[in-house]
Design a protein around this ligand. Sequence first.
Ligand SMILES: [Zn+2]
Length: 273
Amino acid sequence: MKILVSVDIEGIAGVTHSEQTRSGNGEYERARAWMTAEANAAICGAFDGGADEVLVNDSHGSFRNLLLDRMDERAQVVTGKPRYLGMMAGVEHQCDAVFMVGYHSKAQTAGILAHTINSFAFRRVKVNGMELGEAGLYGALAGELNASVALLTGDDVFLAETRALFPGAMSVETKRAYGNASCLSLSPALACKRIYEAALAAVSNVPELRPFILSKPPFTCELTTQSPGQADLFCQLPSTTRVNDATLSFQAESMYELLRVLNSFSAMSFMLR
Ligand SMILES: [Zn+2]
C-alpha cells in the first residue's frame, strides 16, 4: 500500500491568520513547525496502519514549508514548484490513496482562511457546473489517477464541504471556525494525536474506497476572478471564452489539463499584484 500525504497549512491546528501562512516572519516559522508535526502524525499513522511506502507533498504556497530535517525519515517528500500535478504530485507513482492534511474550505465560504488556489485572483471555480475548492479539484485529479481520498483534516467548514465528496474517508476537525481569521482550535499536540489515530484507521479503509470521479470528460471550467482586469489577463490565452465582466470559461480533456490551466492563470496573476 502506497500513500500520498498532501499537506497544506491553513487547516493546521493553531493557524488562524494569513501572517502565519506567509514566509518572512516568526509566526510563519512557528506554523510550519506545527505543519511538519501534523504531517509526521499522518506519516506515522500510515506506516503503523500497514502502508509500505509514504510520499509527502508540500502543498502550500511556495511548496517549500515542511521542515525536512524534522520529518519522519521513512517518508520521501515532493517539494518546490512549479510541478504539473501541483498538490497531488507524487500520486502518479501508483499511490493507492491520498491523505489531505491541513486543508481549508473553498473561496467565498466562512471557513478559516478560505480560498481556492489563489485568493488574490480566483473568486469561484466551477467544473461542469459544480463549485469546487482545492480538495474537490485535486481529489478529482487523484481519482483520475486511480487514488482515493482516505483522510481529511482541517476546520469544520472544510469537513462539511468535503465529507459528501469523499464518502468513507476518515476526518479530523482540527479547529472550529468563528470566521475567516478566528477559531476555537485544538492544541497542536492533541491535533497530532487525532491525526495519527485517523491515519492509522484510514489505511485499513482504503480497499473499501472508490476514487472520486466528478463526471466523464470533457470538462468545462468556469472561473470567476476577483476583478475584471484579471479576466482580461487570463483571456489572453486563446482557448478561453469571456462569459461576463469577471468570468471566463475554458474546456479541458482531463482534470490534469484543467488544473494545469488554473495553475498557469494563478502564475500569470502575479503580473497584476
Ligand atoms: Zn495553502
